[in-house]
Design a protein around this ligand. Structure first.
Ligand code: SF4
Length: 486
């Protein structure tokens, strides 16, 4: 049977693991390892191994009826002409070239493309490139001391290999993750004001943290200060395949975070939303709440390469080719440009037509790609920044009859896979306090609702309940919950 083989990049996070996707004549997909990929040397985490499940193909729709892509683009043009109160969202889950073509539609409409990371708006612009500019993953292996502000096992598994290599080379690792990490030499809980004195970092050290749509900007500022004061390198991991590219090549001024977009829809200041490979039902911590908000829109126009839950709600779906088949490139967390071998430009051509229908510029793949590569080749240095003023970060004390449910952030595409972390984590103090039975469940109740979950016991701070899954009780990164044994 004839097969197509595509060299591509896993869309699960911004590490940018290279792989091959094989597609047979019936459309069945399989994944092959790509040993020559420097980011991952052929290794893949569980998400990467299961990519064929992720790549369900989208269908173009207009008002709930199947349509061809030309009809969907025409319908979108008609809706957008003269529309007011519009917003656009593209988090970086597609190629650089598609992101730039999408930006041309925004230019025609006189608005910006939001990447959904609100933290940028609260951090001085001279720091932005220190956050978005990549540094080589190899540098992790050369550091003498590493301060971890993420849980690599849960969030970015392919980092574990780098951290173990660093240890082999003599590095010590101090972890400030929510739960103790076996690979760390020290697991500590330190007040941000004491990071500089307590963590023992210097200019041979590396700080590894992440930035994503729900990041607290105060933590980003604290860590930028820590890097500035100690001379340590700082690496911001990111959740989407082109998270680095969209911030380097896109327009960062006047951006709204995901929550601001949702607030805008709720207060009526956003009536029309256009998204590119960005499903707010997946991106927001509480899917049901997000669905109620999206129902308030007059127009929801979705451009997408996969069949994700928001397509069901959209007035118009413009379905493009799967990510692996696109002509285009991605920029990973190291700042490396990674090219797809695919040659399809269906998505860019649809965006070009939409832009022209709205009086804007046409987009041609090769022209966009060449321009993007020219700007990559320019020598780039991050501007210097001065010490930033930070607010004191406070964690709410857990209530008497419950705890703080903390969402341990996963790159979004992994969330809610059926076999993935279907339990919450508590410590022995909470087991005793609530009288949790072996094999029993824990009931969690917040303003958003109630849920019963299986639990597992680990050594985590008192009052915390950790989840790696989206739960219907979650209202943010930290949710105060009433907890009971059931
Ligand atoms: S580490 Fe990230 S890019 Fe690599 S396989 Fe896993 S999800 Fe994909």
């Amino acid at each position: 049977m004839k097969e197509m083989i595509y060299q591509t990049v896993c869309p699960g996070c911004n590490i940018g693991c290279g792989l091959y996707v094989r597609e047979n004549e019936e459309g069945t997909l399989a994944v092959d390892f790509m040993k020559s990929s420097s980011a991952n040397l052929g290794k893949l985490c569980r998400f990467g191994m299961k990519l064929p499940y992720h790549y369900s193909k989208a269908t173009s729709m207009v008002d709930g009826k199947e349509a061809d892509i030309e009809t969907a683009v025409k319908a979108a043009s008609d809706k957008l002409k003269g529309a007011k109160n519009m917003a656009m969202l593209a988090v970086g889950a597609t190629t650089n070239e598609e992101h730039l073509a999408f930006t041309k539609i925004a230019d025609a409409l006189g608005i910006v493309v939001n990447t959904g990371i609100g933290a940028y708006e609260e951090i001085p612009s001279e720091c932005h490139s220190s956050i978005s500019q990549g540094i080589p993953l190899d540098d992790i292996e050369k550091a003498s001391r590493i301060a971890l502000f993420i849980d690599p096992y849960v969030q970015y598994p392919l980092l574990v290999r780098r951290l173990l290599a660093a240890k082999k080379n003599g590095a010590t690792i101090v972890s400030l993750a929510c739960q103790d990490l076996n690979l760390a030499d020290e697991n500590v809980s330190v007040n941000p004001a004491d990071y500089k004195t307590e963590l023992g970092l210097d200019d041979n050290s590396m700080i590894i943290t992440d930035v994503h749509p729900h990041t607290d900007p105060e933590q980003v500022k604290n860590l930028l200060n820590l890097a500035l004061m100690t001379g340590a390198k700082i690496m911001f991991m990111k959740p989407f395949v082109d998270s680095t590219g969209v911030h380097l090549f896109g327009k960062t001024a006047g951006q709204m975070g995901l929550q601001e977009i949702m607030d805008g829809i709720n207060d009526g200041s956003i009536k029309t939303l256009v998204t590119l490979n960005s499903d707010l039902l997946e991106l927001m911590p509480n899917t049901d709440e997000a669905a109620k908000t999206l129902e308030k829109l007059d127009n929801l126009i979705v451009m997408t390469s996969r069949d994700s839950p928001v397509n069901e709600m959209a007035n118009i779906v413009i379905a493009t080719e799967p990510l692996y088949a696109k002509a285009g490139s991605f920029m990973n967390v190291e700042g490396q440009v990674l090219n797809n071998s695919g040659e399809s430009t269906v998505g860019i051509d649809a965006m070009s037509t939409l832009s022209q229908n709205l009086g804007g510029e046409a987009s041609d793949f090769q022209t966009i790609h060449n321009k993007m590569m020219e700007s990559v080749l320019q020598k780039y240095t991050a501007p210097k920044y001065s010490e930033l003023e930070c607010k004191v970060m406070e964690t709410a004390a857990p209530s008497e009859d419950g705890g703080n449910l903390v969402s341990v952030y996963n790159p979004f595409m992994w969330c809610d896979q059926t076999d993935d972390n279907d339990f919450v984590i508590v410590n022995m103090t909470m087991v005793d306090k609530l009288g949790l039975r072996k094999g029993g469940m824990i009931s969690l109740t917040s303003d958003a609702g109630s849920v019963n979950m299986r639990y597992t016991v680990r050594d985590i701070p008192d009052g915390l309940i950790l989840t790696m899954k989206k739960l219907p009780v979650i209202t943010g990164n930290t949710t105060e919950v009433k907890a009971e044994a059931v």
